[in-house]
Design a protein around this ligand. Structure first.
Ligand code: PGA
Length: 249
């Protein structure tokens, strides 16, 4: 099975009801731009998931950026995967480096969150990535391989789970690894997925994330085992995201 490519926008803590205009513009560009050989996803903040999903923008799936590992209960301020499914989300990002760093999320917790996502029949986008200090110390593969081993649940399949490699130092900085460095990490992730899930390991989409923009998308997306992009800043403007999707037209 060949992975289905995905271009996913992570809006982080950005977006208001008025941002629906951007989704409308994106749906228009997808229609006018012609078929792209990838799925398209926008993950707005929780407050917009229901509105965006119920508005129904053609060609654009809606997801969320995090969830709690429990289905319900005394967790003030948290949101469960069941609530996200109920709101119309189809995907949930888990283990983003900003969650790992700002909320001390461990890979064990990320795995519990991913399991909660899969239990609701949603797709989990499980993020991994090294810090700059880890890269400088030559520990990139150690770090991402242990994160992926500890964060991806046993119930993962190519249909319900996507892995996203996001070097922490490339997020929001305008810096990216070389295409060869990206391909090395993705090849190592692919080998690890095949070792663990056997033939199914071939089918998992592995996204690259970190300063993806229209000007670098084509070469990054062409690297071996890169099956799409997780896009932060450049996903906030329809024209920029459409420029990245262009890599799949
Ligand atoms: P960026 O963010 O595209 O703004 O670098 C990527 C991400 O954090 O998912």
């Amino acid at each position: 099975m060949k992975p289905t490519a995905l271009v996913a926008g992570n809006w982080k803590m950005n977006g208001l009801m008025s941002s629906q205009a951007e989704l409308e513009a994106l749906a228009g560009m997808l229609k006018d731009g012609g078929d792209a050989d990838c799925d398209v996803l926008i993950c707005p903040p929780f407050t917009l998931v229901s509105a965006f999903a119920s508005a129904g923008y053609a060609g654009v799936a809606i997801g969320a950026q995090d969830c709690h590992a429990a289905q319900s209960g005394a967790h003030t301020g948290d949101i469960s995967a069941e609530m996200l499914r109920d709101a119309g989300a189809k995907y949930v990002i888990v283990g983003h480096s900003e969650r790992r760093a700002d909320h001390a999320e461990t890979s064990a917790l990320v795995q519990d969150k991913a399991s909660a996502v899969l239990s609701e029949g949603l797709k989990a986008i499980v993020c991994v990535g090294e810090t700059e200090a880890e890269r400088d110390a030559g520990r990139t593969l150690d770090v991402v391989l242990s994160q992926v081993a500890e964060s991806v649940p046993a119930a993962a399949t190519p249909h319900n789970t996507i892995v996203a490699y996001e070097p922490v130092w490339a997020i929001g900085t305008g810096r990216t690894p070389t295409v060869a460095d990206v391909a090395d990490v993705h090849a190592a992730l692919r080998r690890a997925l095949i070792e663990r899930f056997e033939d199914a390991g071939e089918g998992f989409a592995i996204l690259y994330g970190g300063s993806v923009k229209p000007s670098n998308a084509k070469e990054l997306m062409a690297a071996d085992n890169v099956n799409g992009a997780l896009v932060g800043g450049a996903s906030l403007k329809a024209a920029d995201l459409n420029g990245i999707i262009e890599a799949y037209r």
